[in-house]
Write a new protein. Structure first.
Length: 404
């Protein structure tokens, strides 16, 4: 607490600084109160007669239920469904789901409780050699290698990595056919995590989440790159809203306390509320030890309508939505031609959030608020000090005159 001394006034508080500091610091945690908590269950639904990886996350709130169905049947995909009842259930008809025409094989019942539904499909792992590509060159840049179709990967048994305590599970895969042995010592892993309340993971980029969202962490580790300066990327497809694609939106903040040197938050919004969102910070990491030194940029191409047949098809998406033809796709590319890259440690990780409702947005962190309050307070101090000085001088001057 700062106080100024003046000869005639005794001490006076210095302008608004202490109050500004206090109120701003108090505003931050208050903004995060009142988040809904959810009763989250995670279940692996195994198929008969051929077992398949189908992970059902059911998150029940006071008067709504969210369903996230993740699967590596076909390319890794998730169907997200929000309903306005606590009673909605997932129904799987395996004989339909595994058939060539899977429509109706996946349903959320009762159907009229569905308020929003969409899907994400991770279609391809991209690789390009960025040797000789000037920094900041337009995307896509570098010599592309043939992409790895994620529909042709073989995946581990999700049951082995299911952890109900942390509400997480890991899909780990490698190409079913890998003649060059690039994945001999490596894999692509997709770690899915659900949350029963709001919070923030310990590891950067520390995305703020609510109980309405799931986190996906994509890790490529130990895979032999095909070039000396290979950059990897991910092709992501989603369902459009009518004829239009979801809207991409960038948010900027002066605050980088939770994700060092990253001042941007990228979002994909499916429409007006209640709707879905995908959210990520444009940063990936080239080491397990995530920090400023291992941070890579992450560029997203524009989202544009894409013909369904040009994308690997996801049976769960077709099972739930029929045969949608309003796909939109975009590419994420990780790293710059210069600076740290996958080549350093053969490691890359990137995180995103997928959810329903209003996307969580960071309030300014207490540290930054404190710095701001001090920074804003300093000119106030100077002004007040200057004012006092002038007043005193004036007084002295008039006293001096009166003595004269
Ligand atoms: C995974 O393992 C469990 C038993 O541990 C088994 O019941 C299930 O069918 C397996 N799933 C797959 C996809 O192999
Ligand atoms: C859900 O429940 C809360 C309180 O339990 C209530 O305030 C809110 O209006 C309800 N929402 C809907 C859509 O019914
Ligand atoms: C699954 O779908 C098939 C084909 O439509 C149908 O014959 C069968 O009865 C369904 N099974 C269940 C359990 O609903
Ligand atoms: C859920 O929404 C449907 C229409 O979308 C409505 O008919 C139904 O009454 C709603 N149910 C509840 C419990 O609010
Ligand atoms: C995989 O690891 C083994 C033993 O560590 C090594 O001999 C082999 O060369 C590695 N293969 C590739 C493709 O890196
Ligand atoms: C990688 O670098 C080595 C030595 O610098 C070179 O011989 C080789 O041709 C390069 N490979 C590619 C794919 O550029
Ligand atoms: C993503 O990049 C790959 C390789 O450069 C390209 O074939 C594909 O069309 C791109 N997809 C989108 C949706 O831009």
């Amino acid at each position: 607490m700062c106080r100024c001394w003046g000869p005639y006034w005794g001490w006076v508080p210095c302008g608004p600084t202490p109050w500004l500091l206090l109120s701003l610091v108090c505003a931050a945690p208050l903004g995060m109160l009142g988040e809904e908590t959810r009763q989250v269950s995670m279940e692996v639904i195994s198929g008969c007669p051929t077992p398949q990886n189908l992970l059902h996350i059911r998150a029940v709130g006071t008067n709504s239920t969210l369903h996230y169905v993740w699967s590596t049947l076909g390319p890794p995909a998730v169907v997200l469904v929000a309903t306005n009842t606590t009673q909605s259930v997932l129904s799987v008809n395996w004989s339909l789901l595994l058939s060539p025409d899977p429509e109706g094989g996946l349903m959320v019942l009762p159907k009229n409780s569905i308020q929003f539904s969409s899907a994400l499909v991770f279609t391809r792992l991209l690789e390009s050699d960025s040797t000789g590509v000037p920094e900041g060159a337009a995307q896509p840049s570098g010599r592309p290698y043939p992409p790895y179709s994620l529909a042709e990967f073989s995946w581990n048994n999700i049951s082995d990595s299911l952890d109900r305590a942390t509400l997480s599970a890991i899909f780990q895969g490698h190409p079913a056919d890998d003649p060059a042995g690039a994945f001999a010592n490596g894999s692509l892993a997709l770690k899915v995590q659900a949350f029963s309340g709001s919070g923030r993971p310990a590891q950067p980029p520390r995305l703020l989440h609510t109980a309405d969202a799931c986190q996906l962490e994509v890790t490529l580790a130990g895979v032999s790159p095909r070039g000396n300066h290979s950059r990897f990327g991910l092709e992501v497809a989603t369902l459009g809203t009518g004829p239009a694609c979801p809207t991409a939106k960038e948010l900027h903040s002066i605050d980088d306390e939770y994700a060092p040197a990253v001042f941007q938050l990228d979002q994909l919004l499916w429409g007006s509320s209640p709707s879905g969102f995908m959210q990520w910070r444009p940063v990936a990491f080239s080491q397990k030890q995530r920090g400023r030194d291992s941070a890579l940029s992450c560029q997203a191409s524009a989202l544009h309508p894409t013909l369904a047949y040009s994308l690997p098809q996801s049976p769960i998406v077709r099972a739930f939505f029929g045969s949608p033809n309003n796909f939109c796709a975009f590419n994420l590319t990780f790293g710059d031609p210069t600076g740290p890259g996958y080549w350093d440690q053969h490691y890359l990780s990137w995180s995103m959030l997928l959810g329903v409702g209003t996307p969580p947005v960071d309030a300014l962190s207490p540290l930054v608020l404190g710095i701001m309050a001090v920074a804003l307070g300093t000119p106030g101090l100077v002004l007040l000090g200057g004012g006092l000085f002038l007043l005193l001088r004036h007084k002295q001057y008039s006293e001096y005159q009166s003595i004269n």
